[in-house]
Each structure stands twice: as C-alpha cells, then as structure tokens.
Design a protein around this ligand. Sequence first.
Ligand code: NAD
Length: 480
Amino acid sequence: MQKIQNYINGELLEPLDGEYLDNYEPATGQVYALIPQSTEKDLELAVVAAEQAQEEWAEMPAEQRSNLLLKLADAIDAASDELARAEAIDNGKSINFAKHVDAYRSAANIRFFANATTQFSSESHSMGSVGVNYTLRDPIGIVGCISPWNLPLYLFTWKIAPALATGNCVIAKPSEITPMTAYLFSRLCIQAGLPKGVLNILHGTGPSIGGPIVAHPKIKAVSFTGGSATGKHIASVAAPMLKKISLELGGKNPTLVFADCDFDTTVSEVARAAFSNQGQICLCGSRIYIERSIYDKFKNALVEKVKKLRIGDPLDEQTQHGALVSQAHMEKVLSYIELAKKEGGDILCGGNRVTVEGRCEQGYFVEPTIIENLPLNCRTNQEEIFGPVCTLQPFESDDEVIRLANGTEYGLATSIWSNDIKRCHRLSKALDFGIVWVNTWLLRDLRTPFGGVKSSGMGREGGLEAMRFFTEPKNVCVKY
Ligand code: NAD
C-alpha cells in the first residue's frame, strides 16, 4: 500500500507520531493509499524549516525566484499525465477533466505568479515640493495555505504560487480526502530544486493539523478555501490573533437564462455549469432561473442533454460524469435529493445512486439530477449541496430574477445568458456576487479578482489581489 509522506525542509518524511489515515479511491470504494495524520509536532519541524529558509528566499532577486517557479511549472507540465491519472483515482473525477482542467491549471497557476513577481511594483505618492512617499511591499514571513478536495492540486497551487512568488515561506495542507497530487507535487518541488524549507506540505485532518496551522503564532497569514462553516471557525481563531486571512468559501450560484439567449449554446453551457466535476465546483450554477416564455422548451432540452452525460469509470477517456469524492459526500447529496422530494420538488431526471459495472461496482456514483417546482426559501434552494443536483424555476421579469438570484446567504458567482447588452450590464451591477459571467461560465483570466461576498468569503485571490494579500505594505515618507 502506497504511503504518502509529508514534505518538510526539502525532505519526504513520515509523520512523527507514525499515525496514518486510509485514502479511498471513490470510484471503487477501496482503500488504496495511506495519509499521514500530522500533528503539532510535525508542524513545529515545518515552522523551524520555514524560519531558516525565510531570509534567503525573501531577499532573493525576483527573477531568480521566478526562474525556480518556472522550472516547477515545467515539471508539472512534464508530469501532467501522471498527475491527471492520480487526480482521477484520488477524487473520482473523469480523467479528461483532470487533464484539461486540474493538471493544466496547476502548471498555469505557478507560471502565472512566477511571471507576475517580475512585474509586481508598488506605489509612490508625490507631495510636490514637500516630499515623497513610497510603499515597500515585503513578504509577510511564514504563511499557511489550506485547500479543499474538489480541485485538489489546482486550488492548492492557486494559493501556494502567489505566496512563494512574493517571497513568503509556506506551510500548506491539502484536503485529507484528496492528498495524492499534493504529495506528487512535493516530489516535483524536490526535482525542480526548490530550496529546502521554502514550501512545507503537511497532510492530515482539519482538527489534527489544519487547526494548529491556523493557530500557530509564527504563521502570520492564512489563505483558506473550503466550506463556509470551516471558514467562519478559522476566522474566529485568527481574528483575536490579528492574522491576515483570505477566505474562499461556499456558493449557491444562480444561472439566469433569458428568452433572447442563443438557445443551443446556452443549453450546453448551462449543463456544463451545473454538472462539471459532478457539480463539485464552488462556481457551479445549481439554481437555474429560466424566463417563463421559454421555460418548457429550455427545460426539455436541458433534461435531454443531461440524460446523455456518460457516467462511468473515471479512468475511461469517454467518461463525462465520474464518482463523487467520498461515501459521506455521496450520502449527503442523496439526502438532499430526498429532502427536495419532501419539500415538494419533482425530479425531472436522475435522483439515484448508480452502479457502474466492473471494477467500479462499489463506487460513489450519483446521477446528474434536475429538480423543479421548489420555492426559493426551501432548504434545497438555500443550502450548498455541492453535487450533481440543480433546480429549475421560471421567472417573469428582471426585477424578479434579481430578487431570486440574490436571495440566499451566498454570493460567489452567477451567470447571465441573454443577447440584450443593456440588460446584461444592468443585472451585472445589481447582482450581489463576486463574479458575474455574461454568456459564458468559468472562463478564467488569472489577472482578475476571484472570490465571493456574503457567506462566500472574505478577500480576493487572483492577480494583484493575491500578490497584495501575501505582502505587507510599508509606507516610507521622505521630506525634501
Ligand atoms: P472543508 O471546509 O471541510 O475543508 C477544507 C480544508 O480545510 C480541508 O483541507 C480540511 O482538512 C481543512 N479544515 C477542516 N477543518 C479545519 C479547521 N478547523 N481548521 C483548519 N483547517 C480545517 O471543505 P471541503 O469539504 O474540503 O470543500 C468543499 C467546500 O469548499 C465547499 O463549500 C465549496 O464551495 C468550497 N470551495 C470554495 C471555493 C472558492 O474558491 N470559493 C473553491 C472550492 C471549494
């Protein structure tokens, strides 16, 4: 059985307590690897390593740091087939998705911030003949990065890359549910010659190692992506310690379909927005609002499209819809489908666990599920399900759909499908979300601010926002 190891001070190490957790392959329901259950003792080793590495890394010229990170991005590209396969096994996602989204973006994240650090500059403010202010942006020091299971290496590198690029040393924890690609990544860091101690990767559960990372007095900032409840807890620990925190949390994203949309493209893209990665993307559009005049036509076309999604072994290139990430998550998703029925919802397609013949017989597969006839204020439409489940609801007017779209505690992302340019701009302004897509979904430019409002988070990642988060501004005022 393969044993995952921690990455501390440039070395792959066993957890000091010798404790391991089981790592499951969701498509088969079988344990296939062991995960270190790290504790504060392992954290202490990592903090000492990061402290020792900090000065040299922070003082290194940006170009040199950039070159090291570019080498790492190249190493990810060279290993992309291996990483994609590992991600598909560990997470249950289709290998095609893992290749074109997860592996591709992991390298792109590192490359983007490696380049950004050579272009990053800070402000100066002239006071005319009196003097000048300039702002230094130094690294914070040692920072913590904690990531979830849905896009494992993609979201892990999305945090680590700007933290390293700006000269911080990092203590990072991937999700204990999908640790494999972070482990493979630590081997690539060694191969690419990343200086020891600059990045340390500790595996284990939230209580065992995530909590201690957040609470450690020498870790000055925490960048977290995960559920809103965990985010609120992390904020409650970090706030009294006056730590800088960035929180990317859950969503319940609305998709707004107007009668004047490009019909066929919109059907395909709305299906993609709802069911990509088995609906396990924080940005997935799970509440679909359709203008009443095309409601039936759009509903029928969407259901037809979704019924054709090929459910199967994630390692099969033809599979479009893989397994959910764990048994517990599958049970949660199925319980929401039962709840939706109790709340009066009608299932238009899906609704059940699926058995995939062969090696995946015991896997955690759930059909893509579309539900209608539920009001905004029911739990199904208010709570994040984070699975292959979406609801449909008709609307009559712009004002009504704005009210519906804004009517949950979340505010991560939304998409508008219409050819009325004025309406698109007006709605973009009125919708209470961190990200608005118009006639597209998940089209990403890594320079843009990324994140949500309300219970979807605090702060933004991406581009300069991330570079600023991971640096501390210091104003120097000089009188002439
Ligand atoms: P989670 O909150 O359970 O776990 C996320 C990470 O936090 C894991 O590494 C976990 O071990 C760790 N953790 C758990 N308890 C902790 C604690 N007390 N202290 C420190 N760390 C702790 O989330 P999840 O189930 O892994 O991921 C799904 C959630 O992530 C969904 O809500 C989804 O919307 C959200 N998400 C948000 C974004 C975004 O960018 N906004 C992106 C992806 C996923």
